[in-house]
Design a protein around this ligand. Structure first.
Ligand SMILES: Cc1ncc(C[n+]2csc(CCOP(=O)(O)OP(=O)(O)O)c2C)c(N)n1
Ligand SMILES: [Mg+2]
Length: 546
């Protein structure tokens, strides 16, 4: 068999359903082998976007998403997506071409050491030098990509190897059960929780990767312990739960930190240091139990006293089973903080000023979306408002990136979410900066006939950096730009552009867009005047009065 045929068979053997990407001439054998396979090709307009889509596919399914590029410039376009998947723990397999490695008449034209380039930002980076190695390389790559912590892998298939004949055969896909935490670690955790006066539960990214929600909810319901989450831990337990305190989108000085400051123990489930810290540890301060698939990476603000390493839901279940509840434990302070947090966060939910406040956008989306519908965020200052103010009812219904925190992934991740969930509504919220970093994918979305709502928060600026600049007391400089006419721009792709001129009109446009087919692009003027006064000033000044 031709090696490129074997490569396609190996991918089919791994259960790959689609490949996102842009082929080049070095992939033509592979492309030909793909023609007629069960694997669908999703042709994109930029390799970076293909990488983001594949990573998001991996994030949502737990199976590696696969992307394809040519050598050199195509493969280097994967770099940001690789970092996105690697930091965000999303299983991703990148497949690229290369010039012939045995004999070539092209000198070093387009040749870059991509295997070397990818090594520090992947879990595995390899060039296929013999078709006979394809079965083991592909099997290993997929195993490594999904093993905790999941991440990116890179496979390079040179042109001359792709066309070679091979008689190698595939390996069976053999999964493995995740190891469970040792009983001694469980007992130590139980003892620490029972000894604590004011324990809190923190839910982080790892708890969203696997189904842990049931176990965690049972733990909370049995113990009455209040919980909060990180941005990547949103929705693991329905955030309408009476013990939910909020999302720690800032590291300190948010209303919720009144509770965190008072806690003497944090049971930290699934969080690791790739996220912006949800709180800072201090020497001699509160204790932390790290419950995750792997032990804690220690740094200056995170040095847990106990690691409970193993499958998260099994650890949580075993701890919950053994724990003896102290019926007299007084959590009324946390209840008061919860009431305070809720009243602060919902303060502008009905405010109809226009341009629209991000808080109002949050409340309108929450009102119009069902529990299973998905919002994806790009990176900008609105991410903080969504993380703090939007309540998720289900796991992975708000896809945001609090790991690489790259701009440009919002629209591609929405497209992957819609592809996987055709019956759920998907809304992509972007800044005007981030949107234009991968807006060419509107064409892909229209071609794929996806029903999507794309909201562009228009402030004609890199607003997030402006907010930080103001917070540091610097003058406004270097962050304003002009925008194209987003309505004409959308229309020119075959999408449907909208530009509402009042809160009421936006409400109607949003509802109409959510309930009709096609790609709807809403150019929404945003009022960021409260970013500084609330996030920089009010929060720093307001002490915990409760
Ligand atoms: C690829 C990339 N470049 C730069 C940054 C740094 N950065 C973070 S947010 C931001 C501004 C975002 O602007 P916009 O998308 O318009 O959102 P806004 O904050 O204005 O709502 C920048 C430049 C980044 N995170 N990723
Ligand atoms: Mg902006």
């Amino acid at each position: 068999m031709k090696s490129s045929d074997l490569m396609v068979k190996a991918l089919e053997n791994e259960g790959v359903e689609c490949i996102f990407g842009i082929p080049g001439e070095e992939n033509l054998d592979f492309l030909n082998s793909l023609n007629g396979s069960s694997i669908k090709l999703v042709l994109t307009r930029h390799e970076q976007a293909a990488g983001f889509m594949a990573a998001s596919y991996g994030r949502l399914t737990g199976k590696p998403g696969v992307c394809l590029s040519t050598l050199g410039p195509g493969a280097t376009n994967f770099v940001t997506a690789a970092a996105y998947a690697q930091l965000g723990a999303m299983p991703l397999v990148m497949l690229a071409g290369q010039k012939p490695i045995k004999k070539s008449k092209q000198g070093r034209f387009q040749i870059v050491d991509v295997v070397g380039l990818m090594r520090p930002i992947t879990k595995y980076s390899v060039q296929v030098v013999d078709g006979g190695n394809i079965p083991s390389i592909v099997r290993d790559a997929f195993r490594i990509a999904i093993e905790e912590r999941p991440g990116a892998v890179y496979i390079e298939l040179p042109e001359d190897i792709a066309e070679e004949q091979t008689d190698a055969s595939l390996f069976d896909v053999v999964g493995s059960r995740r190891p469970h935490a040792d009983i001694v670690a469980i007992d130590q955790a139980v003892a620490m929780i029972e000894a604590a006066q004011m324990p809190l539960l923190l839910i982080g990214a790892g708890a969203n990767r696997k189904a842990t929600g049931r176990a965690l909810k049972e733990f909370v319901d049995k113990t009455g312990i209040y919980f909060f989450n990180t941005q990547l831990g949103k929705g693991v337990i329905d955030e309408r739960h009476e013990r939910f305190l909020g999302t720690a989108a800032l590291s300190d000085h948010d209303f919720l930190h009144c509770a965190i400051d008072r806690a003497d123990l944090i049971i930290n489930v699934g969080h690791d240091v790739i996220e912006k810290p949800p709180f800072f540890m201090e020497k001699g301060g509160k204790k932390v139990i790290h419950v995750n698939f792997f032990a804690a990476h220690v740094d200056d603000v995170y040095f847990p006293q106990l690691n409970v390493v193993g499958d998260i839901s099994s650890s949580v279940r075993n701890i919950a089973r053994k724990i003896v509840i102290d019926a007299d434990q007084d959590f009324s302070y946390f209840a008061r903080v919860k009431r305070e947090v809720e009243s602060h966060l919902s303060k502008y939910f009905e405010d109809d000023r226009f341009p629209l406040l991000p808080q109002r956008l949050v409340s309108m989306l929450r009102e119009q979306l069902a529990g299973e519908d998905i919002i994806t965020l790009d990176n900008g200052v609105y991410k903080i408002w969504f993380a703090r103010n939007y309540k998720c009812y289900q796991a992975n219904t708000m896809l945001l990136d609090n790991a690489l925190a790259t701009m440009g992934a919002g629209l591609p991740s929405a497209m992957a979410a819609k592809l996987l969930n055709p019956d759920r509504k998907v809304v992509s919220v972007n800044g005007d900066g981030g949107f234009l970093m991968n807006s060419q994918e509107l064409e892909t979305a229209v071609r794929m006939k996806l029903d999507l709502v794309v909201i562009i928060l228009n402030d004609s600026a890199y607003g997030m950096i402006k907010w930080k600049q103001e917070g540091m007391g610097f003058e406004n400089f270097g962050l304003d730009f002009n925008n194209p006419d987003f309505v004409k721009y959308a229309d020119s792709f075959g999408a449907i552009g909208h530009r509402p001129e009042s809160a009421e009109e936006f409400h109607a446009v949003l509802s109409e867009s959510l309930n009709s087919s096609g790609v709807h692009v809403i150019d929404l003027p945003v009022d960021y005047s409260l970013n500084h006064s609330i996030l920089n000033v009010l929060l720093k000044e307001s002490a915990c009065l409760i």
